[in-house]
Design a protein around this ligand. Structure first.
Ligand code: ADP
Length: 303
């Protein structure tokens, strides 16, 4: 089983010609309400591919929490491991998008940031039965690492997406507590002090992460491809050529795909190629969790 322990948000997206200035009220054209949060997006991505997927998280006892649970069920995910917390609001992201597709986003973590080790204890049986655990940084890190310890003690593997890049930096010690880490350029710089601009830089950064104790380092260079290193070697995976219209959640679809392929027994190189196809396909559709591809779509792109 793939388990995601992470954030669940409702995304409120407004579309207007331009973004408002401080103090200004602007008339927008339309808005959309959808599921978001990196945890939720990665879970939906893995489930859409057909993997048995569980999502452990928290929502508030409010309208947005009910909406999130209903949408997750609609995406084929069980809501049985999601705790409803009466003391706090459901996480939201308020997103403004202008005519040039530039955006401004405020995320309020709410229930996601109230997650603690009691959530880990409550779902202990889920973590014990997990073959691949997906973590991100939209819930408190200590809770994520406590879950990682359980998964690894029972023979499962842990993939950490160190995103969004935290203001306070990233302690390199976390690299020894997970199996795979998947930073983008910014997160790589926070982890090892080197901003990768070329595949060679990325390979050097990946080697530094391996030296810090992670089994596999996967450095994402956006539309420029992916570099990785693990115990068997490493390499550069060139990007798939697609017509990109919206890169929101490309990283989440990449990680959902990586978990799917590793859970399916793929080697690291093959799993990253599969993940890169998932990330690329997600940029051909608008939206966050709604842009995750299906297995036939991924197979068709991979040829
Ligand atoms: P993040 O959202 O974490 O910054 P990226 O933007 O690096 O993630 O995207 C994740 C992955 O999705 C990339 O490593 C790549 O495999 C794929 N991807 C993203 N954008 C494109 C694109 N324009 N063309 C092809 N593949 C892409």
């Amino acid at each position: 089983t793939i388990t995601v322990f992470g954030s669940i948000n409702i995304d409120l997206t407004t579309y207007a010609t331009r973004l408002p200035r401080p103090g200004e009220t602007l008339h927008g054209d339309r808005y959309a309400i959808g599921l978001g949060g990196k945890g939720c997006n990665q879970a939906v991505a893995a489930a859409r591919l057909g993997a048995q997927t569980r999502l452990v998280g928290r929502v508030g006892e409010d309208t947005f929490g009910q909406r999130a649970l209903a949408d997750l069920s609609g995406a084929g995910l069980s809501t049985g491991d999601i705790r409803t917390d009466a003391g706090v609001e459901t996480g939201i992201a308020v997103i403004g998008v202008d005519a040039e597709a530039q955006n401004c986003i405020t995320v309020v973590g709410g229930a996601n940031m109230a997650i603690d080790v009691s959530d880990v204890e409550r779902a202990r049986d889920v973590f014990e039965a997990t073959s691949v655990l997906l973590l991100q940084l939209e819930i408190p890190l200590e809770a994520g690492l406590a879950a990682a310890d359980i998964v690894r003690a029972h023979g499962g593997r842990v993939i950490l997406d160190p995103a969004p890049a935290p203001d306070g930096g990233l302690p390199p010690e976390i690299l020894a507590r997970v199996d795979v880490v998947t930073p983008n350029e910014t997160e790589t710089e926070l982890l090892v002090g080197l901003r990768p601009r070329t595949p060679e830089d990325a390979a050097r950064a990946a080697a530094m992460m391996r030296a810090a104790g992670v089994h596999a380092a996967v450095v994402k260079l956006g539309a420029a491809g992916v570099c990785y290193q693990d115990a068997d070697g490493g390499g550069f995976i060139p990007p798939f050529e697609v017509e990109s219209i919206d890169t929101v959640a490309a990283g989440d679809c990449f990680n959902g795909g990586l978990a799917y392929a590793l859970n399916d027994g793929a080697s690291m190189g093959d799993a990253i190629r599969f993940a890169a196809a998932c990330g690329a396909l997600s940029t051909t559709k608008a939206g966050a969790s709604s842009s995750a591809p299906t297995l036939p779509e991924v197979r068709a792109l991979m040829g």
